[in-house]
Every structure is written in C-alpha cells, then in structure tokens.
Design a protein around this ligand. Structure first.
Ligand code: CU
Length: 247
C-alpha cells in the first residue's frame, strides 16, 4: 500500500472505468500473495526455531513425502488459482473479447485506425459521418502521434502495424495491446475526464522504440469534430493562397 500511495507502481489512478477494475484485480492478487508470503515466512521461522531449540537426544521429525502435506499444497493453490481465473473472467472478456465490448462500441463500430510503424503512430479517421473501412478511402483524414477521442463514452478503434510487432500502451488507461502484422485488432477504452493521456510502444521494436510516444487527447465530442474539421482543412489545402492571388 505504501508503494501505491506514492505512485511507485501505477502512473497515477486508473483514468478509465475498466482500468479501475483491473487495478482492483491487481490488489486482490497482491493481497493473496501477501498472505501466502507472510504465512510461509512464519512457517519457515517456526521450523528454524523448533530445530534450534531442540533438546539433546530428541530426534528430528522427517516429513519428506508426507501425503497429506502434498495434498494440501496442491489443492489449496489450485483452488486459489481457479478462484482468480473465474473471478477475473468478466473483466478479461470486456477487455479482450469483442462480443463483450460495451454495447455502444458495437453500435458505433471502430472510430479510427491506429497503425504502428517504426517509429510512430499513424492515425486514420474516416470522413465525417462515414464508417471506417479497412482499406484507406480518398477522403480519410490522417494524423501522426496524436489521437482525439470524445470523453465519457467507450471508443473502439482498429490497431494494426505496418512492419514489426509493436504494442499500444496507454498506462493511465491500463490499456496494453500488441499490434501484430497481418491482424486488425479492435481495441476500446473509455475516458471520463478530459485531458491528455500518454501513448507508448511497449514492445521493443527497433532502435527508435523509445521515440514511439504519442498523446491521446480526450475532449468533448464537439471539440473532436472541430479538430477533425481542422485536419480536413489542412489536408485539403492545395498550397494556393487566395489573398496573394487577388493582389
Ligand atoms: Cu514500437
């Protein structure tokens, strides 16, 4: 608890609802491990103390091959592991299994595509009002190392890679997903609070791996629309300055 309150483990509080549940799982497992660790240390200390205070002439007790001990330390951990496996299943499904993603993401479909490449993140948005296609469309909008998403609603996007394996890692959102060559992987997150969030590459992908940093800007939907409109303006700009023409 000391480490977490000082921020040594997590980069601050989880900024997504699913991230909070992932943290809870983390603390549950940490609690179980703590109990086991303290328990075994005490047991070890007890055995050492027993041996050290043994009276002369008292023979040691050999427990090697004890059937009941073997049973206990097989069955108890098995129960603990099965419990964790069952307990975390809904979080896992919501995180990774597309049919369990929030309903809104199923209705909306992917909002943009993120393509990792050595060494940057390329973002492709469909034209306003159009669905995202897997093949680029002429009216698509492009950005590099900056993603704009609306706050307060689950957002799904497609993750791919142009070259080697990368990993989409948004530490504050507790999202980490590999980008694998040849696959289009749907990922989702939800950010309730407007702000800027980090995106890193979490797969050593080459000499410039450390440079694969980007920001996720969470803002109200109308701000996102404004941003996309600006992108479109920039992209459609043909280099001809109208004012100069008139002079
Ligand atoms: Cu990378």
């Amino acid at each position: 608890m000391i480490a977490s309150s000082n921020g040594w483990w997590f980069p601050g509080d989880a900024m997504s609802p699913l991230g909070k549940r992932i943290d809870e799982l983390f603390y549950l497992i940490l609690g179980i491990v703590t109990v086991v660790f303290v328990g075994t240390q005490f047991a070890l200390g007890y055995v050492i103390w027993k041996g050290a205070t043994k009276k002369d002439g008292e023979s040691a007790e050999f427990s090697h091959g004890s059937h009941s001990l073997e049973l206990i330390w097989t069955i108890v951990p098995a129960f603990v592991l099965v419990f964790i496996a069952l307990y975390q299943m809904d979080v896992w499904a919501e995180f990774r299994v597309q049919s369990y993603y929030p309903e809104q993401t199923q209705e909306d479909g992917p909002k943009f595509e993120v393509t990792a490449r050595q060494f940057e993140w390329r973002i492709r948005y469909p034209e306003a009002g159009q669905p995202l296609k897997n093949q680029p469309e002429p009216q698509d909008l492009y950005a590099v190392n900056e993603i704009h998403v609306p706050t307060g609603r689950p957002v799904k996007f497609n993750l791919r890679t142009d070259d080697v394996q990368h990993a989409f890692f948004a530490p504050e959102l507790r999202v980490k997903q590999d980008a694998v060559a040849g696959l289009i992987i749907p990922v989702w997150f939800e950010i309730p609070v407007a702000g800027e969030y980090q995106l890193l590459c979490a797969e050593l992908c080459g000499w410039g791996h450390y440079k694969m940093r980007a920001i996720i800007v969470a803002e109200p939907q109308d701000k996102v629309n404004e941003y996309l409109a600006r992108l479109k303006e920039d992209q459609d700009f043909d280099g001809v300055v109208k004012d100069a023409e008139e002079e």
